[in-house]
Design a protein around this ligand. Structure first.
Ligand code: NAD
Ligand code: TDX
Length: 336
C-alpha cells in the first residue's frame, strides 16, 4: 500500500487502525472525519506529522469525498471506510443519523471509488447477522443469512448490500469485513467495557443490562486493525471476511472480571433496565480469514487485554472524564 483515505479515522477503531498503519509501514494516511461526539482529535494528533493528515468533513458530502478519492489513483492506494454511527442504544433513541451516515455515507464513498477506479475496504459488523441462541453450537460465518435487529445493525446491513451491489454491477474493487465486539484504547465511554471501567474509576456503580446472560465475542482493536491490513494486502476483491478472536464471554462474566481486575468485589454491580430488542449472542467463525489469508490475533488472552485496557483508562482520565457526566446523565434518564 502507498496512500490510504481512512473515513472515521478519528473514532475508536479507525484511530487504532491509523496508528497500526503508521507504526508499521511507510503508508501515508488522510483521515476524513466529521468529528462527531464519538471522535477524538487527540487519537490522531501525535502521530508522525506528514504521514497523517486530518480533513474534517462529512462522508455524505460527495464533493469532499470525491475530491479526496480523486487524489488516490495509484495501484497501492485505497479507501478504508470506518465512518459510522456505531452505538446501538443511540440508534434506538434516534435512528436518523444512522440511516444518513451508515447508508448514504457508504453510497457516497462507493460512487466516488466507482468514478475514480479506486480500491475500497468496507468495515462492518457481525450484528448484521442478528443473534444466536446461547446453546446454538454454530457461529456466524460468511454464509450466514442477514437478519439485523436494531436500527444500527439494519443500517450496517444496508451498507453491506450496497457494497456488494457496486462490486457486481459496476466492477468496484471492494472487500468487506464483519468483525465482532472490539475493546481497547480510545473506545468511547458510552460503550459497555469503558463505561464500567470508568464508572469504577469515578467511584460510581457498574451497570449491567438485565441479567447479563447476553454473550459478545470480544476482540482487541489492534487485532481488528491487523485483520483489515491483511485484507487490504491479500484479500480477494468482492470477498467478505469475518473477523473474530474466539473471545465469547457473557456480559456478567465481563462485569465480574472488570471488578476483579480493579480490586473490587465481583458481585458489586447493579442490574438496570435491559436494552429493547437486545441481541442475545454473537459468535464469529473466522476460519476463512485465518486459512486463506494467514491472519491470527495477537491478543489470545481476553483477561490480559482487558487488564491492559483498564490501565489505559486509568492513565487517560484527562481524555475521558470530560465526556463522562453527560453520558451517565443520559443513561440515568433511561433507567440505565
Ligand atoms: P466510533 O463511533 O468510535 O467512531 C466512528 C467515527 O466516525 C467517529 O470518529 C465519527 O466522528 C466518525 N463519523 C461519524 N459520522 C460521520 C460522518 N457523517 N462523516 C464522517 N465521519 C463520521 O465507532 P467505532 O466503534 O470505531 O466503529 C468504527 C467502524 O467499525 C464502524 O463502521 C462500525 O460499524 C464498525 N464496527 C465496530 C465494532 C465495535 O465493536 N465497535 C465492531 C465491528 C464493526
Ligand atoms: O452499560 C451497559 N451495560 C450493558 O450490560 C452497556 C453500555 C451495555 N451493556 C451490554 C449490551 C451488550 O449486550 O453490553 C453488551 C455490549 O454493549 P455495547 O458496548 O453497546 O456493544 P454492542 O451493542 O454489542 O455493539 C458493539 O459491537 C458491535 C458496537 O457498539 C457496535 O458498533 C459493533 O458493531
Amino acid at each position: 500500500m502507498d496512500r490510504l483515505l481512512v473515513t472515521g479515522g478519528a473514532g475508536f477503531i479507525g484511530s487504532n487502525f491509523v496508528r497500526f498503519v503508521v507504526e508499521r509501514t511507510d503508508v501515508r494516511v488522510v483521515v476524513l472525519d466529521k468529528l462527531t461526539y464519538a471522535a477524538s482529535r487527540e487519537a490522531v494528533e501525535g502521530l508522525p506529522s506528514g504521514r497523517v493528515e486530518l480533513v474534517v468533513g462529512d462522508v455524505c458530502d460527495a464533493a469532499v469525498v470525491g475530491g479526496l478519492v480523486a487524489g488516490l489513483r495509484g495501484e497501492g492506494d485505497a479507501v478504508v471506510h470506518f465512518a459510522a454511527e456505531s452505538h446501538n442504544d443511540n440508534s434506538l433513541r434516534d435512528p436518523s443519523p444512522f440511516v444518513q451516515t451508515n447508508i448514504v455515507g457508504t453510497f457516497t464513498v462507493l460512487e466516488a471509488v466507482r468514478r475514480h477506479g479506486v480500491r475500497m475496504h468496507h468495515v462492518s459488523t457481525d450484528e448484521v447477522y442478528g443473534d444466536l441462541e446461547l446453546d446454538d453450537p454454530g457461529r456466524f460465518s460468511e454464509a450466514t443469512a442477514y437478519n439485523p435487529s436494531s436500527p444500527y445493525s439494519a443500517s450496517k446491513a444496508g451498507a453491506d448490500h450496497l457494497v456488494r451491489a457496486w462490486v457486481r454491477s459496476f466492477g468496484v474493487r471492494a472487500t468487506l469485513s464483519n468483525c465482532s465486539n472490539n475493546y481497547g484504547p480510545w473506545q468511547h465511554v458510552e460503550k459497555f467495557i469503558p463505561r464500567q471501567i470508568t464508572n469504577v474509576l469515578d467511584g460510581g456503580r457498574v451497570r449491567l443490562y438485565g441479567a447479563g446472560a447476553n454473550v459478545r465475542d470480544w476482540i482487541h482493536a489492534e487485532d481488528h486493525s491487523s485483520a483489515v491490513w491483511t485484507i487490504l494486502e491479500k484479500g480477494r476483491v468482492g470477498q467478505t471476511y469475518l473477523v473474530g478472536a474466539d473471545g465469547e464471554r457473557s456480559n456478567l462474566e465481563v462485569v465480574r472480571l472488570v471488578l476483579q481486575l480493579m480490586g473490587r468485589d465481583p458481585g458489586d454491580f447493579d442490574q438496570v433496565t435491559d436494552r429493547a430488542g437486545h441481541d442475545l449472542r454473537y459468535a464469529i467463525d473466522s476460519t476463512k480469514l485465518r486459512t486463506e489469508l494467514g491472519w491470527e490475533p495477537a491478543y489470545t488472552s481476553f483477561e490480559e487485554g482487558l487488564a491492559r485496557t483498564v490501565e489505559w483508562y486509568r492513565a487517560h482520565a484527562d481524555w475521558w472524564r470530560p465526556k463522562k457526566a453527560a453520558i451517565e446523565a443520559a443513561y440515568a434518564a433511561k433507567g440505565q
